[in-house]
Design a binder for this molecule. Structure first.
Ligand code: XMP
Length: 510
């Protein structure tokens, strides 16, 4: 399989670069720009892409590359900082731009570069830079410009070196994907050979080779990632895998049973399900502070898992459902800033004996994990579930958690989900759920005055969950959900819809 190497200079869009390349059917990995020449050669890249980055190329500590990279004979595409670096290191010059270009800008190409083959002569691209090229290195020519930038795209076609000042990976660049495809297929002459079917068989082989006859232990959380990791490992090593499903009693309606049944029926796999709800709920009694809830649940999850794991004795491998954005965002794979903090349940157990960790999904994006799940035979319903936070319904009940409130919220949430599905919006709304506020208000039902709970509905559209917009759900849908919740769920007399985006709000209410 041919591979593209994405050298990361810390740009905010680095993950998008990798996604776009993979969406074109070409496998790629993001690595820090500090990779040595030996490591770059060992990767055997069929092409290299330099990402953007926040540094200023002519300042003393700006990231540089070993110039030998330009002599590898491998085509290179430099994006933003990547283009400036190419210019700077090959004998051209860059300077601070008089006017910072930011946002959507009209780009015109000269019709003579392979990079723009099939692209309209003038189209919109996404710019974000304060430095620009002043003089190109020998052998380079400008192939596209904007009103504020004469070197919006450059090439030295003979040496296979290309640069763009704009960001083709950002969806606002109207022909971005075509430009990336032109680079991959016309310039580098790659073939799109990255598919989930081929990945699945390779990953299964890889796990088999690594695990041998060893024993593997995996904690199922009820989420998509750990379920797909389990399916993959089960295909690789069968009964050498033991899955422990810690049911903290904070899952959605019927969710625990659905996960268990899916693993059994679709894969023929046995799992150990521990009903730990009593333990979790008693530790959570009286707790109202959101971060404290998270901490208790994280700790308790690990403790229950450890207690169960102990019964199995020593295992050789501990498996985790880590996915690619976790690896890159936590600063391990690339240069980009550490973003995630509280979004994982608990961390690693310290009292489980294991020799090594296996993370069979660590090179996959979320949508690839889903495709892999389908490839491995997991039901669509399980694989396409919306994201669900590790601490579960605990952070959707404002204030103290009780069994009664959990029951109430589960019923309200199930109605909302059912109606979103009936409206055919399951996949276009990225996350939607009910939260139970700790507000009680006056209502009237029949001839009686009521004083009951207020349920909040939340639905968002987002690509990365770091920013999100509230979904413009149809009024008829909201009306139906509201009527059903108040009619069918006892002790709810009011339903509100959350119309705040993130930021300033978050997706969850706690
Ligand atoms: P927020 O509320 O931070 O949520 O806007 C962004 C995404 O992360 C999920 N989320 C969590 N996931 N543990 C998790 O595993 C957590 O503590 C947690 N908090 C939020 C949230 O559901 C949304 O998808």
């Amino acid at each position: 399989m041919q591979r593209v190497l994405v050298l990361d200079f810390g740009g905010q869009y680095n993950l998008l670069v990798a996604r776009r390349v993979r969406e074109c059917g070409v496998y790629c990995e993001i690595k820090p720009y500090r990779l040595s020449m030996d490591e770059i050669r060992a990767f055997e890249p069929a092409a290299i892409i330099f990402t953007g980055g926040p540094a200023t190329v002519f300042e003393p500590d700006a990231p540089q590359l070993d110039p030998a990279v330009f002599g590898l004979g491998v085509p290179i595409l430099g994006i933003c900082y990547g283009q400036q670096l190419m210019i700077h290191q090959l004998g051209g010059a860059c300077r601070r731009a008089d006017v910072r270009e930011y946002g959507k800008v009209e780009l015109t190409h000269d019709g003579a570069s392979e990079l723009f083959s099939g692209v309209e002569p003038t189209s919109v691209c996404w710019m974000s830079h304060g430095v620009e090229a002043e003089r190109l290195p020998d052998g380079f020519r400008a192939v596209a410009k904007t009103a504020g930038c004469d070197f919006a795209a450059i090439e030295n076609a003979k040496r296979g070196l290309y640069g763009v000042q704009f960001h083709p990976e950002v969806m606002h660049t109207v022909h971005g994907t075509e430009i990336i495809k032109n680079f991959l297929f016309r310039i580098c002459r790659l073939t799109p050979d990255w598919s989930m079917a081929s990945y699945a068989s390779e990953a299964i082989e890889e796990c088999r080779a690594k695990i041998g006859s060893g024993k593997v232990l995996l904690a199922l959380s009820g989420g998509v990632d750990s379920a797909v990791a389990a399916a993959l490992l089960y295909r690789a090593v069968g009964k050498q895998l033991t899955c422990i499903f810690v049911d903290h009693g904070l899952l959605r309606k019927n969710e625990g049973d659905e996960v268990e049944t899916a693993m059994r029926n679709a894969l023929g796999m046995e799992i150990i399900r521990v009903d730990a709800s009593e333990r979790f709920l008693s530790r959570l009694a009286g707790v109202t502070e959101p971060e404290r809830k998270r901490k208790i649940i994280g700790e308790e999850f690990i403790r229950v898992f450890e207690a169960e794991a102990k019964k199995l004795g020593t295992v050789d491998f501990l498996a985790q459902g880590t996915i690619y954005p976790d690896v890159v965002e936590s600063g391990l794979g690339g240069e980009s800033a550490v973003i995630k903090s509280h979004h994982n349940v608990g961390g690693l157990p310290d009292h489980v004996d294991f020799k090594e960790i296996v993370e069979p999904l660590r090179r996959l994006f979320k949508d690839e994990v889903r495709a892999l799940g389908i490839e491995l035979g997991l039901p669509e319903k399980l694989v396409w579930r919306q994201p669900f936070p590790g601490p579960g319904l605990a952070i959707r009940i404002i204030g103290e958690i009780t069994r009664d409130k959990l029951e109430l919220l589960r019923d309200a949430d199930a109605i909302f989900r059912e109606e979103v599905a009936n409206a055919g919006l399951e996949r276009s709304v990225n996350q939607y759920f009910a939260a139970l506020t700790n507000l009680r208000s006056v209502g009237v039902m029949g001839d009686e005055r009521t004083y009951d709970y207020c349920v909040a509905l939340r639905a968002v559209e987002t690509q990365d969950f770091m920013t999100a917009d509230w979904s413009r759900l149809p009024y008829e849908l909201l009306d139906k959900v509201s009527r059903r919740i108040v009619g069918e769920v006892k002790h709810v007399n009011r339903v509100v819809y959350d119309i705040t985006s993130k930021p300033p709000a978050t997706v969850e209410w706690e």
